[in-house]
Design a protein around this ligand. Sequence first.
Ligand SMILES: [Cu+2]
Length: 150
Amino acid sequence: MKKWTAVAMVLAMAIVTTLAAGSLKAAEVAIQGTDQMTYDTTAFTVKAGETVKLTLTHAGTLPKAVMGHNVVILAAGEDVEAFSAEAAQAFSTEYFPASYEEKVIVRTQLLGPGESETVEFTAPAAGTYTFLCTFPGHNLNMRGVMTVES
Ligand SMILES: [Cu+2]
């Protein structure tokens, strides 16, 4: 009897471990910002509800003051142009307007050369979401699409 209890416990633990490993598995997305004012990745796809680890790396050497980069993924329904215009004015908060804090899926800080930041978020409902760099003048070029599949 004791032996079977032990076997059952081991099995139960194995199942729990497997489930935990499954739920902890995150989609990983890596994006680089360059001195040429580009992202090396302008499209990626994730599944609704999954955990996403997004890493932005500033791969250039130009100073943050002239070539800073971030990644902001806007929430569904936000007007990209209106956001960009407001962000460009937000000098004191590194080009992210505080009024938009609740209107983004996730965002990184503004990074300088050699810096890297990983942010984690839960992929939203299926659809397409725009991501962009809010440093003034960058968004027309540094813009991409996150596709979320159901
Ligand atoms: Cu940029």
